[in-house]
Design a protein around this ligand. Structure first.
Ligand SMILES: [Cu+2]
Length: 140
């Protein structure tokens, strides 16, 4: 009987520990104080320039996928570099009065999170591969 009681007690401890671990993992994801409302992948082979590219940037899912995301004020977007080389997430156009943003170099498999505190339309690109463009629509 003692053995069975011990087994039950250990089982309860394991379940409680698992619940605590899940709770704290979820909290860690919100450590910047805002909800991550969208995930964007910097696509594999995004570093390859389009054959017909001359200048400027192209808002196209071949580079940032999805290339356009819509969120609400105060929410965050997490970019993950799925390519094999370094890229950046750098603002090109922001609404009047809104903050600019620049990830600097994001290594392969690394992420960067930005929180958008002003409504409006943002465009961004990669400073290393200026044909790579993306757009963020932030709703009030
Ligand atoms: Cu790039």
């Amino acid at each position: 009987m003692a053995t069975r009681a011990t087994t039950v007690a250990i089982g309860i401890v394991v379940v409680v520990a698992a619940i605590i671990a899940v709770f704290f993992t979820a909290q860690a994801g919100n450590s910047v104080g805002s909800r991550t409302a969208a995930e964007v992948a910097i696509a594999l082979n995004a570093y390859i320039a389009p054959a017909n590219w001359e200048s400027g940037y192209l808002i196209d899912d071949k580079f940032y996928a999805p290339s356009t995301v819509t969120i609400r004020v105060g929410e965050s977007i997490r970019w993950t570099n799925r390519d094999t080389t370094i890229h950046t997430v750098t603002s090109q156009k922001v609404p009047n009065g809104a903050s600019t943003f620049d990830s600097s170099f994001v290594d392969p498999s690394k992420t960067v999170v930005f929180t958008f505190r002003a409504a409006g339309e943002y465009e961004y690109f990669c400073t290393l591969h200026p044909y790579m463009g993306g757009k963020v629509q932030v709703l009030p």
